[in-house]
Write a protein that binds this ligand. Sequence first.
Ligand code: SAM
Ligand code: DTB
Ligand code: SF4
Length: 347
Amino acid sequence: MTVRQHWLRADVQALFDLPFNDLMFQAQSVHRQHFDPNEVQISTLLSIKTGACPEDCKYCPQSGHYNTDLEKEKLMKVQAVIEQAKEAKATGASRFCMGAAWRSPSKKDMPMVLDMVREVKALGMETCMTLGMLDGQQAQSLADAGLDYYNHNLDTSPEFYGEIITTRTYGDRLETLDNVRAAGMKVCCGGIVGMGEGQEDRVGLLLQLANMAEPPESVPINMLVKVEGTPLDQIDDLDPFEFIRTIAVARIIMPQSHVRLSAGRETMNEQMQALAFMAGANSIFYGEKLLTTANPEAHADRLLFKRLGIRPESRVCEGSDDALADNVRQCMRSAEQDKFFYDAANQ
Ligand code: SAM
Ligand code: DTB
Ligand code: SF4
């Protein structure tokens, strides 16, 4: 068994301080030790309940505290969610992520949410949800329904956190993450950059993630999407190279995690996205919409993949013997997925 490194602030800061090319070389070298450098995992997002959230996250268009011109929507019907999942699968996504603008799921909503997990899973897709805070029981019921991943972000460093959210604490977030782990689900946890934080806060966020007892399997690095009406609407842009550095450092200190080039791709050109992949990002959200804001057109992503020689990552193909039959089927499915990507890109 390999002993995992406990990262010190000074070591992580030293990575940020490297000349850009040295950092990129190190990140790409680490990436190649653990992943196929030409594969990227693709997930599609759906907002299953939109807006009117009681939390005050300053970046979020869905917070009820700000006036953002957003169409609010109640919890979607299970059947409507399944239709969207089928479409996502047909266009080549291997994971379906469902997000709700809640502080935490209510007792009344849980049965519907559990049905969504079971039905999306039955389509042969990986499932992910982000529903806010979970207690131990809620986490266990989601895990029992077959939820593969739970997304709950730390968002930023413990020091900067209070500038962004006042209605729940950093400790609350860590508690939810513990509940998700204890229930046996995979953890998707990352943050947002470009919120006016300092580099020390980006270091602080990555330190928190990398030094978890088990680092998250999936680490979304979101570039703030500035939405009119939110308090961060007018914040200065982050230097694009600092964003790439953040991805590269995440890759180096969490070598086994998928690092997701998450929100913000809509305003990035193709060269910037290619740099992010070179820095070790190996996961994206795919499809025209994130939760409420725009994402690049699916067709544009397929063309980008083709031009860069990137393939969508297949679902887990290895595994224990008793899962083998299932896994063979998954691999076949992903060959179809590959074909779809390349045929569509040629049109
Ligand atoms: N309400 C749940 C929660 O906060 O846990 C789930 C949905 S919430 C929208 C999921 C994540 O999206 C947030 O934690 C945040 O990191 C990210 N996010 C929200 N608005 C964003 C924005 N404008 N730009 C970038 N990321 C954003
Ligand atoms: C994550 O880290 N980013 C996604 C997902 N997890 C749920 C959400 C991004 C949301 C961007 C703003 C919006 O579309 O509402
Ligand atoms: Fe609500 Fe989540 Fe948005 Fe915060 S990030 S306001 S909890 S939807």
